[in-house]
Write a protein that binds this ligand. Structure first.
Ligand code: BGC
Length: 357
């Protein structure tokens, strides 16, 4: 996996206006055989064209053709940068330095993916093209003011997308703050390696480089325990079809796979955390990360909503591999901390690498 790139970037091109009248723009990164489209609303991946083993291209991420789609109820965080704190915070509150912070309970009773109207997926970031020593890139920056969605501190954010010639899309996050504040960023792309809108992902074969997970209660909040996956339907330490055992989870609170795995991180970061292969097309997605957790979610809340080209995103029609810190870390003293302090720089990386075999 190389970081250097001769990828090209074009744009910005207009992608309509938000409901509030803000202009939304898209950028296109082309490198090797891969094309990636990004938009400044939510620093979002809107398109990934990737070849199968016969070099046929398909768009492998769920999304919409226009901004109205992204602003509609049908959008379940497709492709966005998720935060300030992704995943769930129990009862939508936490205490930091003796003060209690109340957040939006947008997944009642919990807080989900950074909150209500001004979570990071919904605001318009500032986009720029840049050539970094590592390659051609698009960087989105955003200053989240003190108190936005109830969080302390002015948080200065950057999400940078760099495309290598080898099919690797690097996502690099940076943040600084002027007050201690929780930060847990991820990308929320839903993949279907047979092509977005081509049915369920149940035939995809998944390997997770994770031997433990954080069990949850009926509200999908971690119990605080860390348990082995051995002997459970969560054991993906060797490749398994998603559909092989998913029915055993249908009548549980997660309704399918929707679990945080504790990844086995080597010394070399970013480390490989997951590999997914779609057998018909031969497309493969390998995910690398610098973070200790990986939320594997199989689109159990997709309802058949119409996406790009009017294609339906059926129940279990996409999967997410969200590299992140553990859910509810802010209320779980035994989990790795997500508190960022003034003077520190938050830095995390996720790589989505596309290939075919
Ligand atoms: C969560 C799911 C949630 C989905 C919303 C995922 O990250 O794990 O529980 O329903 O996001 O789109």
């Amino acid at each position: 996996m190389s970081h250097a790139s001769a990828a090209e970037v074009s744009g910005p091109t207009p992608f309509g206006n938000t409901y509030d009248g803000l202009p939304v723009e898209r950028y296109t990164l082309t490198g090797g055989k891969i094309t990636v489209r990004l938009m400044n609303r939510g620093a979002t991946i809107t398109e990934v064209l990737a070849p199968d083993r016969a070099q046929n291209l398909a768009d492998v991420v769920l999304g919409f053709d226009n901004i109205a789609g992204y602003e509609s109820e049908a959008n379940q965080y497709f492709g966005c940068t998720t935060g300030r704190v992704c995943n769930r915070i129990a009862n939508a509150r936490f205490t930091l330095d003796g003060r209690q912070y109340q957040l939006a309970d947008n997944s009642a009773p919990n807080h989900l993916h950074g909150g209500g109207k001004r979570s990071l997926d919904k605001v318009v970031w500032q986009g720029e093209k840049l050539v970094t020593p590592r390659g051609t890139a698009v960087r989105f920056t955003y200053l989240s003011p003190e108190g936005e969605e109830g969080y302390p501190g002015n948080l200065k954010l950057a999400t940078t997308y760099i495309l290598g010639d080898d099919g690797a899309l690097w996502i690099e996050w940076e943040a600084t703050t002027d007050k201690p504040t929780p930060v847990n960023l991820t990308n929320h792309s839903y993949f279907n390696l047979a092509g977005a809108g081509s049915g369920t992902v149940l035939d995809h074969e998944v390997t997770l480089y994770a031997d433990r997970y954080t069990p949850v209660d009926a509200n999908l909040i971690p119990t605080g325990k860390i348990e082995a996956v051995t002997g459970t339907v969560l054991d993906f330490t060797t490749a398994k079809r998603i559909g092989e055992r998913i029915e055993q989870l249908t009548n549980t609170p997660t309704k399918g796979y929707d679990h945080n795995f504790v990844v086995m991180q080597g010394k070399q970061l970013p480390a490989a955390v997951a590999k997914v292969r779609e057998p018909k097309s031969g497309r493969v997605l390998t995910v690398f990360s610098t973070q200790p957790g990986l939320q594997f979610y199989t689109g159990n809340f997709l309802t058949g909503q119409a996406g790009k080209g009017g294609k339906p995103y059926v129940y279990r029609g996409g999967f997410c591999l969200e590299t992140q810190h553990f859910p509810d870390s802010v209320n779980q003293p035994t989990f790795p901390t997500i508190i960022l302090k003034p003077g520190e720089t938050y830095r995390q990386t996720c790589v989505y690498m596309f290939s075919a075999e």
